[in-house]
Write a protein that binds this ligand. Structure first.
Ligand SMILES: [Zn+2]
Length: 105
């Protein structure tokens, strides 16, 4: 499991709903230009963003790398719907909705 999935799972287990929601909405708060800078490992971008203390660089970086696959929706192994956002479990794709369903939220 990568760092991002590990963190998200951690938030789910600790019922840190605010953090999960923040990560879900992050795409709306970060400009495409800024996403690009994050992907380029340009930590100066942190100055332009208002982020909570728990959101560390590694999490932000992995989040930005995930944004790349958004142009390429994948099929969820559970509901067979094409989805943009989700998690990888053992190389299989699970959409966000199914992920949270499984985690009992
Ligand atoms: Zn699904």
């Amino acid at each position: 499991m990568n760092y991002y999935d590990g963190k998200m799972l951690d938030f789910v287990q600790k019922r840190q709903v605010e953090r999960i929601k923040f990560m879900e909405n992050l795409g709306r708060n970060v400009l495409p230009q800024q996403v690009k800078r994050i992907q380029q490992n340009d930590k100066m971008v942190m100055k332009d963003l208002v982020l909570p203390g728990w959101l560390d660089w590694d999490l932000l970086y992995e989040w930005s790398m995930r944004r790349k696959v958004i142009d390429n929706p994948r099929e969820c192994i559970l509901c067979n719907e094409k989805a943009e956002l989700g998690v990888d479990f053992n190389m299989k794709f699970l959409c966000e909705a199914c992920f949270f369903k499984i985690k009992g939220m």
